[in-house]
Design a binder for this molecule. Structure first.
Ligand code: SAJ
Length: 434
């Protein structure tokens, strides 16, 4: 343990990052900028080639930072899993998606653990960062890694440390976001804490991996439940002819005991729609039904359908049918100012509108093309002609670059799912939750 601790302190420890996605690549850069020689592992040769050419495919990592790490000989990428045995510390940042029946899919974690068990060596520290249910590190990873013949906690060290990346955030990054670490034994926790102290200003050791795993999935359940709460409130407010946006703005004046969340057309991204199901699934092993989680997911998943019904009602009030209507959807990304459509509610909205017979176009300055079950679509220009020829313009993603005043002036009818037009007085604007 001392040897590894010394190598971490003097930054001679080799750090391996497995999975070079929106979590792994920024983490690899952070360790290289801290002075470690980092080896990034990914199964996708294309990603490995791009990293080694200094070309970033992750919005939060500019090419300049990648090129500097390469120029300083502090970053390299490879597909060769056998090189894991050159590492002193290994952080695993692979996807933890859901199956079609919304059950946890740990295939990436299991695959990487199986690969690592072939090359694991005495004294290595292994940390899982992927969001998962409490118990994964100890019950799933540890037995696989011990197939190496090494004993976890003594021959090698094992911990869980959840990623807390907020994609696209201008304020928060690895350095200024406290890092939780929980090891299978005290030495594992201490070594993981020492490692992350090299890249994060604050490291919070907890007693075991289960606490760290539960902390992360709870953070995302917290968001899912609160987003669902305002999505339900939006439906009630519309029924009661009260503006949910005005209510939230007024509630937000409370300086304590309240935190604003906002209604929307649904919940997207690689975390909030998925992670709560990991906990709900695990809870069933303990004869426990997490009703809040299931209800929140149900409400959030219903929002695209509810939004379409509100658009139908709005067109109907103008004597128009959604069937055959020209509809322009603004924004395909799952949240503002991002080029990411994972689980995006805007895509679900477009699909549902098409199923109702609408002729749908979209505009998204960040996303040139989208794939849908009915076929692909390309982003069309945001011209006065395209706006005025649409029977309804739907604000699905509130990218900052949109000029809402101009859009409302040029469009016949606007349906705003993000509340960004609440200060506009035009009579052709209708909003979710009003
Ligand atoms: N959304 C709403 N209303 C809200 C907030 C969000 O409808 O009040 C929607 C967004 O439009 C988006 C989805 O929910 O479609 C997820 O939004 P998000 O802000 O949670 O963004 P993510 O999933 O990219 O990032 C989140 C992190 N976000 C924040 O903490 C602000 C955080 O929960 C995790 O660090 C991260 O997921 C993760 O990796 O788990």
């Amino acid at each position: 343990m001392l040897k590894l601790a010394d190598k971490i302190r003097d930054k001679t420890a080799r750090v391996g990052i497995v999975g070079l996605g929106y979590v792994g690549l920024p983490l690899a850069i952070a360790f290289s900028e801290s002075g470690f020689r980092v080896l990034g592992f990914d199964t996708q040769q294309k990603r490995v080639d791009l990293v080694n050419q200094g070309k970033s495919y992750i919005a939060d990592v500019p090419d300049t930072r990648l090129s500097l790490a390469l120029a300083n000989n502090l970053l390299e990428a490879t597909t060769k899993q056998s090189r894991l045995n050159e590492m002193d510390a290994i952080c695993i940042c692979v996807p933890t998606p859901l199956t079609r029946t919304k059950d946890p899919d740990l295939s990436y974690v299991i695959h990487e653990s199986e690969e690592l068990s072939k090359y694991l060596k005495h004294g290595q520290l292994v940390v899982l960062e992927s969001t998962t249910y409490p118990g994964t590190t100890r019950e799933v990873m540890l037995p696989i890694l011990e197939r190496s013949g090494l004993k976890g906690g003594s021959d090698f060290y094992l911990a869980f440390s959840p990623e807390r990346v907020d994609p696209g955030s201008k304020n928060y990054n690895i350095k200024n976001t406290p890092k939780i670490v929980g090891g299978i034994a005290p030495e594992s926790t201490e070594l993981a804490a020492l490692l992350y102290h090299q890249v994060a200003e604050v490291v919070i050791p907890v007693s075991c991996p289960e606490v760290a795993e539960m902390t992360k999935v709870f953070e995302n359940v917290f968001r899912s439940v609160n987003i669902a709460l305002v999505n339900e409130l939006a439906q009630l407010c519309q029924r009661m002819n009260i503006s949910v946006w005005e209510v939230i703005a007024a509630a937000s004046t409370k300086p304590f005991g309240y935190m604003p969340f906002y209604p929307g057309p649904g919940v997207g991204g690689h975390c909030i729609p998925l992670d709560p199901y990991y906990l709900a699934n695990k809870a069933r092993e303990y004869d426990f039904h997490t009703r809040f989680i299931e209800l929140a997911a149900e409400i959030n998943e219903h929002m695209p359908y509810y939004t379409v019904s509100r658009i139908m009602e709005t067109l109907n009030a103008q004597g128009k049918s959604l069937n055959g209507a020209n509809v322009l959807v603004l924004g395909a990304a799952y949240k503002k100012d991002m080029a990411d459509t994972r689980e995006s509610p805007a895509l679900k909205l477009i699909q549902l509108l098409q199923e109702k017979g609408a002729k749908v176009n979209y505009n998204d300055p960040f996303i040139a093309k989208i794939e849908l079950p009915q076929g692909g679509l390309s982003s069309i220009a945001l011209t006065e002609g395209n706006l005025s020829s649409a029977d309804c313009v739907i604000i699905a993603t509130d990218h900052s670059c949109y000029n809402w005043e101009q859009i409302a002036t040029q469009a016949k009818l606007v349906f705003d799912t993000r509340g960004v037009t609440r200060d506009l007085k035009q009579k052709n604007i209708f909003r979710l939750g009003e």
